[in-house]
Design a binder for this molecule. Sequence first.
Ligand SMILES: Cc1cc2nc3c(=O)[nH]c(=O)nc-3n(C[C@H](O)[C@H](O)[C@H](O)COP(=O)(O)OP(=O)(O)OC[C@H]3O[C@@H](n4cnc5c(N)ncnc54)[C@H](O)[C@@H]3O)c2cc1C
Length: 308
Amino acid sequence: MFDVIIVGAGPAGLSAALILGRCRRSVLVCDAGLPRNAASRALHGYLTRDGIEPADMLRIGREQLRPYANVHLRSDKVTEARRVGDGFEITVDDEVVSSRKLLLATGVVDHLPEIEGLKPLYGRSVFHCPYCDGWELRDQPIAIYGREDRGAGLAVELTGWSRDLIVCTDGPATLSTADRDQLTELKIPVREERIARLEGTDGQLERIVFANGDALFRRGMFFNTGQDQRCDLAARLGCEFTDRGAVRTGEYEMTNVPGLFVAGDASRAVQLAIVAAAEGAEAAFAINKALIKENLFLNRADETNTKT
Ligand SMILES: Cc1cc2nc3c(=O)[nH]c(=O)nc-3n(C[C@H](O)[C@H](O)[C@H](O)COP(=O)(O)OP(=O)(O)OC[C@H]3O[C@@H](n4cnc5c(N)ncnc54)[C@H](O)[C@@H]3O)c2cc1C
């Protein structure tokens, strides 16, 4: 029986493991090795780590857990999780392991637009988050991909990074009059032609080729096509979700399921690694406090039983 099982060893899970390790808790961390930003070459905006390779950051995070012998890392997928009594049981590699508290830091998976030629450019010059990758494309010609009405908000947001913006809807746009007026006011054209493919070299986008043969020179593209939870453990444990598909959490990343916490991208709107790490730390803080309280209660109950 571990004090805590953490599913997911991205920034959220590793940060929680570090705090809980330092609280002398017995911790098991299981990770399936599929971080959300695997396609990215550099992680930006993380204080003291701006521009680090994402894999390096995870390597350092794991290395810094090594002195804490009470923290165990497993490179395995958790396939089941159940609430049993006041605690939890998980299944990992056909083995059942139990804990008093459970933290899911399992992240999300992004829907990529289905456009020929996109995959080799994704994470290098095609992105979804301007806060992560806008700086590298400042003042450059940028396309915003969003079918129907999805690109308008992202285009407005991107005006902080470049004024050479074009929205590509890859088919008929269904923008509201207000959105159209705003794009016109900001001098952001909308191209509704179907996109045939993206072309580029060594990860650098060069042009968007439309089905009618026209080509549009662009140095970068941002898109907003949605995401799903990376795994369904939170749903199977009975968590509530927001309208946008994030696990609904309250103070300190607590969920509606007693003893279950969800931190990182899986539970929030601001999807930055540093926020995920902060949420992991917050959850760890609350988990440790809850365990201290429960231990005190158990000790008092033991003393009363011994006296009677
Ligand atoms: C292309 C791209 C570029 C980005 N660039 C930046 C950037 O520059 N700066 C920035 O701050 N953010 C960036 N992000 C966002 C950043 O990647 C996320 O905010 C961050 O990774 C969230 O951390 P997390 O710990 O919540 O999830 P993740 O990092 O996704 O980690 C979740 C982990 O849980 C594991 N897991 C899931 N289910 C299971 C299971 N059932 N069993 C075991 N393990 C499981 C996964 O394998 C994964 O390793 C970028 C994202 C993308 C897609």
